[in-house]
Design a protein around this ligand. Structure first.
Ligand code: ZN
Length: 439
């Protein structure tokens, strides 16, 4: 990024459906909450695309010297997780911890900067129970047997941030296993607490032994670590409805405010015209993909289309991205090691790269940023003497390292460089989170 320059991110808010501007906040970190995975099976390249998108958004702000307080939960209990644990002959917790380690490993291999806090849902059940009791007291929750439901009709109007009714009309047919709540009195209602028994997780509660429903957990974890409303909230496109719709209703119910000032969702990776998913069996895990191509190439490939468009995963395209990446990386290495001769003007390198943060500022145009990267490499190759003069190499190295941190691509290193953690907010306790916002 140009030293000292502040750039706002212009993006199309996916819930409000209007253009928004997000600048690095002054005097406090940016509050970012990304919905994390349900850790029940290997993460696939669709997950990778989502987390790489938010990693780039975070890098955009870190590169400007802003602090980013990034919370990303791990959903470690859910019915499908229990079902898989039973099939494998392990407890839900054993499976969740194993898949959590695998997920952390996958993200590290892709060069994703870890979130400052990665709370597990199962460790916030007391907070969830507390909020359900508040909702009951406010008359926004009702009981059906030993289950508790959120009463959407009792929530005051949403203040124009998004239209719950329009969204519901658009999703009139609930996705299987999501919005369908057989005992709810209204299709907009969702379960907050439900009875459960082993092998599912079980917690004591004022409503008997049971477990929380899904949507409230992110509200509870976000408000535990971050001030609400958040600056930016997001995840994969499939979370927009019903999950983020429900979180927003909860926030209006409890605080009379939206959950976040902005919502952003990344589109899917498809295979054979269908969204990649476990249930359809049409997926490529991150590990499978990395057997074929290297991590930076996978990053370039998954981000090679605008984030609001889905991308069809084709092995042929992935391999071609791999070849292009290696060619580009070799060219940038040659800028500094003298192997390509010398004479390439460092100003020309800086001018080319200045387009990259500008591309990101405009709706996170990562495809354009990557195109500029390759275009610059092609220019260096076409120049003939594609190395920098000895006296320009320190300056050249500095600009390459800046782009490396901004895009999460090892332009100079073999992927071993630490992420720019010094400007990220990465403590692991709530008190530290509170300090981050008060300092
Ligand atoms: Zn969530």
């Amino acid at each position: 990024m140009v030293d000292g320059a502040r750039m706002d991110l212009q993006y199309l808010d996916s819930l409000a459906r209007r253009w928004q501007s997000l600048g690095p906040p002054r005097g406090r970190p940016l509050a970012l909450y990304v919905c994390g995975p349900t850790v029940y099976d290997q993460a696939h390249v669709g997950h990778a695309r989502t987390y790489l998108l938010f990693d780039t958004i975070k890098r955009f702000f870190l590169a400007q010297g802003a602090r980013v307080a990034h919370v990303q939960n791990l959903t470690d209990f859910e019915d499908k997780l229990t079902r898989r644990a039973v099939r494998l002959g392990v407890t839900w917790k054993e499976l969740a911890r194993r898949e959590e380690r695998a997920f952390v490993h996958d993200m590290a291999s892709l060069g994703v900067i870890p979130a400052g806090w990665s709370p597990r849902s199962s460790e916030h059940v007391n907070g969830i129970i507390e909020q359900i009791r508040v909702l009951e007291r406010k008359g926004i929750a009702y009981r059906r047997g030993r289950a508790v439901y959120f009463d959407a009709s009792a929530v005051p109007a949403s203040g124009g941030n998004f239209s719950a009714d329009a969204m519901l009309a658009e999703h009139a047919v609930p996705e299987p296993g999501t919005a369908a709540e057989p005992e709810a009195k209204d299709p907009r209602d969702f379960v907050l607490w439900k009875p459960s028994a082993a092998p599912s997780p079980v917690w004591p509660s004022p409503w008997g032994k049971g477990m929380p429903g899904w949507h409230l957990e992110c509200y509870v974890m976000a408000s535990h670590f971050l001030p609400l409303p958040l600056d930016l909230h997001g995840g994969g496109l499939d979370l927009m409805f019903p999950h983020h719709y429900a979180e927003n209703l909860i926030s209006y119910a409890l605080r009379g405010q939206p959950f976040s000032r902005g919502f952003l969702h990344g589109a899917f990776v498809t295979m054979g015209d269908r969204k990649m998913s476990k249930s359809l069996g049409n997926l490529i895990s991150i590990r499978q993909a990395l057997e074929d191509i290297c991590a930076p190439a996978l990053r370039c490939y998954l981000l090679s289309k605008p984030y609001r468009e889905s991308i069809e995963y084709l092995e042929m395209d992935a391999r071609s991205a791999d070849a292009t990446w290696h060619d580009t990386q070799r060219t940038f290495h040659g800028l500094l090691d003298g192997s390509q001769g010398s004479g390439y003007p460092v100003e020309r390198l800086e001018r080319g790269f200045a387009k990259i943060p500008r591309a990101l500022a405009q709706d996170i145009n990562i495809p354009e940023a990557i195109r500029v990267l390759h275009e610059t490499a092609a220019d260096i190759q076409a120049f003939g003497r594609g190395g920098l003069e000895t006296g320009d190499r320190t300056r050249g190295k500095r600009v390459l390292l800046r782009m490396q941190d901004l895009l999460g691509l090892p332009l100079l290193d073999q992927g071993k460089r630490e992420p720019p953690a010094s400007t990220a907010v990465r403590p692991f306790a709530r008190s530290a989170a509170a300090d981050a916002f008060s300092s």
